[in-house]
Write a protein that binds this ligand. Structure first.
Ligand code: PLP
Length: 446
């Protein structure tokens, strides 16, 4: 169907019309089934169709759909805040609910600024982020993001208070003979260099995704990288914001991705999985130190949106956590993640044009290269990632292909982020269908 509500290339393409869902499958108006191997954009962690989360949301709609937070709080919002705080990294004591990922990162960066105003450090205004990262598409989030293609035409509108250091992507960027730990320290130390160059007394925060999603395709940092980042932030009094919008809420096998880094952030942003695509929900979680400074100072966070703490969305979030616990889904993420990784390496590990296979839990990526030896990406004009997406859809498989920016060159990768409920059979189906889709796409660009 030609869409009149989607802008851009979607409006020129004939899109299937999704009408139903069943477990990890979406079904279109013609009855074709698509195995959702990417959760849309790492969103649908519980799959599709009717489930206890949809039932909980319906029940909340009937009880009380909306109460503005300047007049009321609500039971679901309070309960979900308590649950998240109990599960969150050490030191996290407050939650600010929003409707999505960009709102969560915007809230974190604004709160970082306000924290330093409340603590009489008004000169702290700079935020440092990383190239090849993504923090959302609103102007503040885009300013922090390090995807040059996404920033491109909006540069004149972006904030001059945002600065970037290199990504941590060992396979792509390490120098000849450089070990992972040596590389990790070298790129983490760029944060210190940047803080010193800007003036330590002027830097408010550093923001990073623990496992980089959309822009690089499920790239975790090397061991020790985030520990060094934490040390540097502490040395200069800079707040550490972790953007777990894509990699958090269980996607990598632990509720918070940062649990696997052995560090505690000052703020952490989540979205996507916590609403499971059933409700638009995100959250910015912060430490007691930050909250206490605001409470003791001006008394309130100078921010807000119409739908913060939405009762139906937060009720859905509670039901998502219930599902995780009831079915021990994070164990399944780890187990199926290992199986999927093993199957991908088995099938594609020696395949020409598959340069790297990486990720954690059910958050995996394949990087596609023209030349495996030199890691040279495909010519961007070939649009390989779009060809793979099309071929995969024809096979009845949803995967999330992207053309990222690698050293100014476009590189193609595929992100896999299936629902946490998948079984061994689904793992086999993903790999078989992807194999056929890659055959089709590679043949087109040969
Ligand atoms: N941060 C990260 C790491 C993301 O991957 C995304 C979306 O993909 C966002 C922020 C923005 O989230 P949203 O699209 O819900 O605004």
């Amino acid at each position: 169907m030609r869409s009149r509500h989607l802008f851009g290339r979607h409006t020129r393409a004939d899109l299937p019309v999704a009408v139903a869902g069943e477990g990890p499958y979406l079904i279109d108006a013609e009855g074709r089934r698509y195995l959702d191997a990417c959760g849309g954009a790492a969103v649908s962690c519980l799959g599709h169709g009717r489930n206890p989360v949809t039932e909980a949301a319906k029940d909340q709609l009937d009880r009380m759909a909306y109460a503005h937070t300047s007049f009321f709080t609500s039971e679901p919002a309070e309960e979900l805040a308590d649950r998240l705080i109990a599960l969150a990294p050490q030191g996290i004591e407050r939650v600010y609910f929003v409707s999505g990922g960009s709102e969560a990162t915007e809230a974190a960066m604004k709160l970082a600024r306000q924290y330093f105003l409340e603590t009489s450090q008004p000169e702290r205004r700079h935020i440092i982020a990383r190239w090849q990262s993504y923090h959302g598409n609103t102007l503040g989030a885009l300013s922090a993001g390090g995807n040059r293609w996404r920033r491109g035409q909006f540069e004149p509108l972006l904030s001059g208070a945002m600065h970037h250091i290199d990504a941590c992507h060992y396979w792509r960027f390490a120098e000849e003979g450089e070990g992972p730990e040596e590389y990790g320290l070298r790129v983490a130390n760029q944060l210190e260099d940047k803080i010193l160059a800007l003036g330590p007394e002027t830097v408010a925060a550093f923001i990073a995704e623990p496992v980089v999603g959309a822009t690089m395709g499920a790239v975790p940092a090397v061991p020790g990288y985030f520990q060094r980042i934490r040390e540097i932030c502490d040395r200069y009094g800079v707040l550490l914001i972790l953007d777990e919008v894509m990699c958090g809420t269980g996607r990598t096998g632990t509720l918070f991705a940062s649990e696997q880094e052995g560090i505690f952030p000052d703020m952490v942003c989540i979205a996507k999985g916590i609403g499971a695509g059933i409700q638009p929900l995100g959250a910015m979680l912060c430490s007691d130190r930050i909250f206490a400074a605001v409470e003791a100072g001006s008394g309130f966070f100078q921010h807000g949106h119409t739908y913060i703490g939405h009762p139906v969305a937060t009720r859905a979030g509670l039901a998502v956590l219930d599902e995780f616990e009831k079915h021990d889904l994070l164990s399944n993420v780890r187990e199926m993640g290992n199986r999927l990784m093993t199957a991908l390496i088995g099938r594609f590990g020696n395949r020409s044009h598959v340069g790297d296979i990486r990720g954690r839990g059910l958050f995996l990526g394949l990087e596609l290269v023209d030349n495996r030896m030199t890691k040279t990406p495909f010519d961007p004009s070939l649009n390989l990632h779009a060809r793979i997406k099309k071929a995969a859809m024809a096979e009845g498989l949803m995967c999330y292909p992207m053309g990222g920016t690698v050293d100014g060159l476009r590189g193609d990768h595929i992100l896999l982020a299936p629902p946490y409920t998948i079984t061994e059979e689904h793992v086999g189906e993903i790999v078989d269908k992807l194999d056929r889709a890659l055959d089709v796409a590679f043949e087109q660009v040969a």
